[in-house]
Design a binder for this molecule. Structure first.
Ligand code: SAH
Length: 398
């Protein structure tokens, strides 16, 4: 096995269980690893530190195990995914009568850097964010089969947009496993008793934004008697909870036609009167600029990540400020705004500062009623604080 030898003194972060080895910390590579190979990482003095997937780029190794040179046993994937399952079990997600979809594997948060697996009532949708995880997909699928047996309906690999292979390699998404008789590319799942149609082949990411489950519930609690605007609505997750919570009406806005079309289907699935909601295909900022100031007294603002890397941070902060200023200026006095950022490089202080600047720009009096984050199935490895990516504020605007 290839040995990655670190520079002197550059073993500190691995000894504190941080799961990445940066290329700048590498003194020597003994062997000729292909991208995605499992390699051993050693201190300058030759002490074994970790096993991980080798990568080309600023992160040279993503760690799979810190435990001894022979830790990558044949049962590795079953052990690790089994542990991830038990975390979801402890959180009450695996045998809940009202929720049958959750994130089963959340990358670094579950000690499996670069791997996402979402569970949709027996269908596992996986996304590999590293070449190593992509190359391991067969073993991952076998582990899922052995862990879930008959309750596994399918394993779908959706890594074409996420696995960082060099351009030119044509990746094709597809099923790694299908139980006999299972043929659909979509199915209806339950989240807190609400029904949602999830289409993993056509939808964004793995098909549904499971990370907003608890925040949707919170919106439901605040919605009674309110006129709700759900911006960046995708398939209407927040809209369904708002109507369930007693909203007077809900307007849902997204720039994607496919997404907006599914909002109507989800409304129908949950039995809501069509006159209580409309689905609007539009750019969220343009839509906000065009509305009067007395129309909505609850807004949800959940844009896609504005910054995908550190270099984009300052532009992203300006974009959050612009968007939130537009929302704050248009919400009715006494109105609420649930505003989010899912950019990993924007931390919660940065985001709060962008929203503060937005409020100041409008001159309105704004209170913070609550802070939101990602749920337990998007767990954060304490040694990898970068894993905390979703943050949100509940604002009350006078
Ligand atoms: N709140 C959603 C998830 C939002 S993901 C949920 O609970 O499921 C971000 C969404 O923003 C995507 O659906 C994407 O299509 C949409 N989007 C991206 N740019 C947009 C824009 N400029 N205006 C409106 N929607 C946009």
């Amino acid at each position: 096995m290839t040995r990655i030898i670190l520079k002197k003194g550059r073993d500190e972060s691995l000894r504190r269980f941080h799961p990445w080895v940066f290329s700048g910390a590498v003194a020597q590579i003994v062997g000729q690893p292909a991208e995605g190979d499992v390699v051993g990482v050693f201190s300058h003095e030759g002490e074994f530190l970790a096993h991980g997937h080798y990568q080309v780029g600023s992160i040279a190794v993503r760690v799979l195990s810190f435990q001894g040179e022979d830790a990558l046993s044949p049962d590795f994937w079953v052990n690790m995914i089994g542990k991830a399952f038990r975390v979801r079990q402890a959180a009450g997600l695996t045998d809940s009568g009202s929720t049958n979809c959750y994130r089963l594997v959340h990358g670094e948060g579950d000690g499996l850097p670069g791997l996402i697996v979402d569970w949709y009532d027996g269908v596992c949708v996986m996304q590999a964010h590293s070449v190593g995880m992509f190359r391991a997909k067969g073993a991952i699928c076998e582990a899922l089969k052995s862990l879930f047996g008959d309750s596994l309906k399918a394993v779908y690999d959706k890594s074409s947009g996420t696995a960082p292979f060099k351009a030119g390699l044509d990746l094709v998404d597809g099923y790694l496993y299908k139980a006999e008789g299972f043929s659909d590319d979509q199915q209806v799942v339950l989240e807190n008793g609400n029904k949602f149609l999830v289409n993993w082949t056509e939808g964004q990411k793995t098909g549904f934004f499971l990370d907003q489950r608890e925040n949707r519930e919170l919106v439901g609690k605040y919605s009674r008697g309110r006129n709700v605007l759900n911006l960046f609505c995708y398939t209407g997750g927040f809209s369904v909870y708002a109507l369930k919570g007693g909203a007077l009406r809900v307007d849902s806005v997204d720039s994607s036609k496919k997404a907006v079309d599914m909002v109507g289907e989800n409304m129908e699935l949950n039995g809501f009167d069509p006159s209580l909601h409309s689905d609007i295909r539009a750019d969220a900022i343009e839509f906000l600029r065009g509305i009067p100031e007395d129309k909505y007294d609850l807004m949800i603002v959940d844009p896609p990540a504005f910054a995908k890397h550190r270099g984009a941070l300052s532009n992203a902060l300006r974009a959050y400020q612009r968007l939130n200023a537009a929302a704050i200026s248009k919400v009715t006095p006494g109105g609420l705004i649930f505003t989010f950022s899912c950019s990993q490089v924007v931390d919660k202080e940065d985001f709060a500062l962008a929203v503060f600047s937005a409020a100041a720009q409008t001159g309105r009096s704004v209170r913070i009623l609550g802070r939101m984050t990602q749920p337990s199935d998007h767990s954060v490895n304490i040694y990898h604080p970068e894993g905390e990516y979703l943050k949100g504020l509940v604002l009350y605007v006078e």
